[in-house]
Design a protein around this ligand. Structure first.
Ligand SMILES: *Cc1c(COP(=O)(O)O)cnc(C)c1O
Length: 409
């Protein structure tokens, strides 16, 4: 992996100069802290829906925006603000806005930055609900959407229209770990006068910083690795202050705000994010290499394998390869289900980004809504299994998978 200096030294613009030119590890535990008069060391949790004013004049000034200060927790909350500043610092962004979920981060971005008559170009290989949001709801409000395979750059270029306002994608993709060239797509977006929006859920800023490669907005489902222990649902929109101002205005009017309690949990998650992402990544790489050697396994999809078509690009663009991999077994759907059902440690759930490893059959769960033809075109075959590698010992995960992988002599 290339470790450019930009990975190593960063600045938290909100920190009054204390956290200038420090490492991301320091930002992850210290950015965004505003101590109260109590002198607490750990970040306080502000469970309050509203705030009192010093005087009627103070209330008027805060309501009008003449003076900054809290008014109501749909607008601002100190715990949520600490989370937002810390995440913004880690993504190298001017600003972040916490949202109630990953989906409400995408919804808020669309509501704030799109209008009727706009065209969106979206990767075919995004989270299933994202596809529904664009094709069912954005379309209902007059936003035209086209879907293109993540890796077919010439199709992205051909699908651009004069009214294309947004390019939306995830990299690496779920579940085949395809890697898109963010620098190249950001050039295309800029030339087309469109915004590049990247869902960075799978890598997190610990492994990939899309803004540094030219993206305009980063989306997070904090539910996944930012929490990291499967407790809370939340999300975030991250980017430049000017674009984010529109998102903030929508959040106040639309209301899909992050809860203070969840923000506090995510803050704790950010403190250990890099350590966890490195552990997820090294276990996933070891498991992927091991799976490749199993006679009952046909193919393994993980960008950390040198044979994977995204390997070189992932080495340039990511700091490690992440915790999600998939593989196909000999024996079709029946054997895939047997392999999944034989696992005793891995949890059978579609979630990911948890300390607990998970296993799922994409064709009949996460990608079940696609028709068979669309599913096969996207490479989601019936014998494909996805594993999101957690923090258990990798030898135990191997033993657990060995129970159900067909032995072929
Ligand atoms: C889970 C997920 C989402 C949606 O996030 P929620 O927090 O569940 O609303 C969006 N994008 C990706 C890549 C995801 O994995």
């Amino acid at each position: 992996m290339e470790h450019q200096s930009k990975w190593d030294i960063m600045t938290d613009n909100s920190s009054d100069g204390i956290l200038r030119d420090v490492h991301p590890d320091t930002l992850a535990v210290r950015a965004g802290i505003e101590r109260t008069l109590e002198g607490e060391h750990s970040e306080p949790l502000f469970l309050t829906s509203s705030y009192v004013f010093d005087s009627a004049a103070d209330a008027a000034a805060r309501f009008s925006g003449e003076e900054s200060g809290n008014v109501y927790s749909r607008y601002t909350n100190p715990t949520v603000r600490t989370f937002e500043q810390r995440l913004a610092a880690l993504e190298g962004a001017e600003q972040a806005v916490g949202t109630a979920s990953g989906m409400s981060a995408i919804l808020s971005t669309c509501m704030a930055l799109l209008k009727a008559g706009d065209h969106v170009l979206c990767s075919r290989d995004v989270f299933g609900t994202t596809t529904t949001l664009f094709s069912k709801y954005m379309a209902k409000f007059g936003v035209e959407v086209s879907f293109v395979p993540l890796l077919d750059f010439s199709l992205w270029r051909e699908a651009i229209k004069p009214n294309t306002a947004m390019l939306f994608l995830e990299t690496p993709s779920n579940p085949l770990c395809e890697v898109a060239d963010l620098a190249r797509l950001s050039t295309l977006a800029r030339e087309s006068g469109a915004l590049l929006v990247v869902d960075n859920c799978f890598c997190t800023p610990a492994l990939q910083r899309p803004l540094s490669l030219g993206a305009d907005i980063v989306i997070h489902s904090a539910t996944k690795y930012l929490d990291g222990q499967g407790r809370c649902v939340g999300g975030a929109v991250v980017g430049g202050a000017e674009l984010l101002q529109e998102v903030v205005t929508f959040m106040r009017s639309g209301g899909p705000t992050m809860s203070a309690f969840n923000a506090w949990v995510f803050l704790k998650g950010l403190e250990t994010l890099r350590l966890r992402m490195e552990a997820h990544s090294s276990s996933a790489l070891e498991l992927a290499r091991w799976l490749q050697e199993q006679p009952g396994v046909e193919r393994v999809f993980y960008a950390g394998l040198e044979q994977h078509p995204g390997y070189e690009l992932a080495c340039r663009q990511q700091r490690a390869f992440g915790g999600v991999l998939s593989f196909t077994v000999a024996g079709g759907r029946e054997q895939a289900w047997k392999t999944i059902d034989a696992a005793q440690i891995l949890s059978l759930t579609a979630n990911l980004g948890d300390a607990k490893s998970t296993i799922v059959h994409p064709a009949t769960t996460t990608h079940g809504r696609l028709g068979k033809e669309a599913r096969l075109a996207a490479g989601i075959t019936d014998n494909l299994i996805r594993v999101a590698v957690g923090l258990e010992h990798v030898d135990d995960l191997k033993a657990d998978l060995r129970r159900g992988i067909p032995s072929i002599s």
